[in-house]
Design a binder for this molecule. Structure first.
Ligand SMILES: Nc1ncnc2c1ncn2[C@@H]1O[C@H](COP(=O)(O)OP(=O)(O)OP(=O)(O)O)[C@@H](O)[C@H]1O
Length: 235
């Protein structure tokens, strides 16, 4: 059953068509990777899905409801959580306080602490709860952002290049985190690292020059000649 659907979603910026006529159908419980070369329109597409960018045309439906005109904060309240390419943690608050800010969108009082502990444990940061976010490594800050997303018990978790800047060991931990979340959560993952895509996604959507070039299981995408030519550079 579809959780997120876009129809004909398009965005042009002063003459540049960044996204053109994207139809996306994301079933509940799926881990979907969104890939494509630099400038393909991935961030713009996700910006329209989460309400940070107004589409030029087209619609976005979430759980059957047309949310095209809904502001970003109302979409968060409906159960969308997203993390960005740039870390957005509060450096002067400790890890637990950062997650508590996110958790308070959903729970109050004593419930917050349990949600915080669980979210930190999920991403492997339980032992860093009292560390100032600004003192965490870059990779741990990215994981903290994901914990902040998880604390909201999102129905849709959108991750924009979560492994960018992570060390190999942190990428391995991220893959197992996504595998662990798979099934329980619906995830839209913008990702450049092909091993992450191949090992975590149920399906892959390939954007090229603002359009959907291909969509399929990871193995199908890897074997697709058009994708190889446009993106993997091995055509
Ligand atoms: N606010 C804006 N104003 C003008 N052009 C923009 C704006 N935002 C994005 N673009 C352009 O739209 C196109 C798509 O950009 P977008 O960031 O969505 O691509 P992307 O696939 O996310 O790229 P990357 O992998 O490099 O993050 C690019 O040509 C970009 O320069």
């Amino acid at each position: 059953m579809t959780l997120l659907a876009t129809q004909g979603l398009s965005k042009h910026f002063a003459g540049l068509q960044a996204v053109r006529g994207v139809d996306l159908d994301l079933p509940r419980g799926e881990v979907r990777a969104l890939i494509g070369p630099n400038g393909a329109g991935k961030t713009t597409l996700v910006g329209m899905i989460c309400g940070r960018i107004a589409p030029s045309s087209g619609t976005v439906h979430f759980d059957g409801r047309d949310i095209t005109a809904l502001p970003a904060h109302r979409r968060i309240n409906l159960g969308m959580a997203y993390t960005f390419q740039i870390t957005s943690v509060f450096a002067r608050l400790d890890a637990a306080e950062n997650v508590a800010l996110a958790a308070r969108r959903r729970v109050r009082g004593e419930g917050v602490e349990a949600v915080v502990q669980e979210a930190l444990a999920r991403v492997g940061l339980a032992d860093r709860a009292a560390t100032l976010a600004g003192d965490l490594s870059y990779g741990h800050q990215r994981l903290l952002e994901i914990a902040m997303g998880l604390a909201q018990a999102p129905r849709l978790l959108i991750l924009d290049e979560p492994t960018q800047g992570l060390a190999e060991s942190e990428i391995a931990a991220f893959k197992s985190l996504i595998r662990d979340l798979a099934g329980g959560a619906t995830i839209l993952l913008i990702e450049h690292n092909m091993s992450v895509v191949m090992e975590t996604a149920n399906r892959v959507t390939v954007l090229n020059a603002g359009e959907v070039l291909a969509e399929g299981a990871p193995a199908e995408i890897r074997a697709d000649k058009a994708v190889q030519a446009a993106y993997l550079g091995t055509g």
